[in-house]
Design a protein around this ligand. Structure first.
Ligand SMILES: *Cc1c(COP(=O)(O)O)cnc(C)c1O
Length: 380
């Protein structure tokens, strides 16, 4: 049996007539960049996330870059982010001439450790970028407390967590800014690149909207130097069409995650940190932290005793796709060698242990069963 890591074709096929209609509406409107389609999509997102401002942008990466620019972050400034995340989180900081400062993560949630943030704060710290990795939120209360105490901004990297909630509030509605991605493999994916910035403050939102179009308002009069961070009308229209099914996609992902957990944990050698003795285990299952609603962008297990690559190879031979998000922690990347050697043990350890299994909404029951059976075979 074949089980791909991800299959977007199935999802789009199910709503193909609606997607074609959306395409035709944009085609006939003749309006392809920003405009009414984008504004409408922004309203839908602002409403869903319960924030006053949602700003459609060109990608998830630009959704991180733009807030940093709004805050005027540049040379001499430091921005704290986890070492275990997708590259864009720290890459954007570096691109503006500021210094990324890496904090370690918590090995149960895979998210930034607030205690390590506290240790990394200096007089140069201008912002913190907590990442809501794999679909669940970082522990935001202590992070907000540190930020408030030190008068620094928070940019939530919610690229993998559209709809996740922290104590009843949506990811992206807790910090100064939120950043979302609509890259095709995210829970809500477009057919190209796309992203979204959320903002609570009216003035920061106004500046973000200006920086999205080269810092101008009105057109051709530039108060700031911004960039082209615009989203296409076509992407907005397609996203809005897909968004109608979003609760259904999330419910399926959650169902799949629950199924994996319930069945995998019955296999000898598989358990979780919170309830079992990890010393006796071969695979640790992901846990949803009690303060948060997980949206399962990834179902990521930890494979212990240096067996991760072996399991991945085995799954591949049996027709099952999997992926390592991410094989090298950011503090160990060649481009950040100039920051010097750093000791971030959990980030390093997780990059050697994590393996993400197929979790997409359209997985069939037989496929889920086959993944469970194949992992069991590997351990026996
Ligand atoms: C996907 C992702 C991004 C970047 O999004 P793009 O749309 O690919 O630019 C940033 N941060 C995290 C954590 C991501 O997963």
């Amino acid at each position: 049996m074949k089980v791909p890591l991800f299959d977007i074709k199935e999802q789009n096929k199910a709503i193909e007539p609606e997607l074609k209609e959306a395409f035709e509406r944009v085609l006939h409107s003749g309006h392809f960049i920003l405009g009414p389609k984008v504004e409408h999509f922004e309203k839908v997102m602002a409403n869903y996330l319960n924030v006053p401002h949602a700003i459609g942008v060109s990608s998830g990466t630009d959704a991180i870059l733009l807030p940093l620019m709004v805050l005027g972050i540049g040379p001499g400034d430091e921005v704290i982010c986890p070492a275990f995340t997708f590259f864009a989180t720290a890459g954007c900081v570096h691109r503006l001439g500021a210094t990324p400062v890496f904090a370690d993560i918590d090995p149960t949630s895979f998210n930034i450790d607030p205690k390590d943030i506290e240790k990394k704060i200096t007089s140069k710290t201008k912002a913190i970028i907590p990442v809501h990795l794999y679909g669940q939120t970082a522990d935001m209360d202590p992070i907000l407390k540190i930020a408030n105490k030190n008068g620094i901004a928070i940019i939530e990297d919610a690229a993998q967590s559209l709809g996740a909630q922290y104590k009843g509030k949506k990811a992206g509605a807790l910090g100064t800014f939120g950043a979302f991605s609509f890259f095709p493999t995210k829970n809500l994916g477009c057919m190209g690149d796309g992203g979204l910035v959320t903002v609570l403050d009216d003035e920061l939102a106004e500046k973000a909207r200006m920086l999205r179009v080269h810092g101008s308002k009105p057109k051709y009069y530039h108060t700031y130097v911004g960039g082209n961070f615009r989203i296409d009308a076509l992407q907005a229209a397609l996203l809005e069409t897909k968004f109608k099914n979003y609760p259904k996609y999330l419910a399926k992902r959650k169902e799949n995650a629950t199924y994996y957990t319930n069945h995998l944990k019955t296999i000898p050698g598989i358990g979780d940190i919170s309830n079992d003795n990890p010393q006796k285990l071969s695979i640790l299952l992901p846990e949803s932290m009690p303060f948060n609603t997980h949206i399962w962008n990834q179902y990521t297990v930890r494979v212990l005793h240096n067996k991760r690559d072996e399991l991945r190879q085995f799954l591949q031979e049996e027709g099952i796709g999997s992926e390592v998000y991410y094989p090298l922690s950011l503090h160990e990347q060649a481009c950040f060698a100039y920051l010097g050697k750093q000791d971030l043990p959990f980030s390093t350890q997780m990059s050697k242990e994590v393996l993400s299994l197929p979790i997409f909404p359209e997985l069939k029951q037989e496929q889920l069963d086959y993944v469970v059976k194949t992992i069991s075979k590997f351990l026996s």
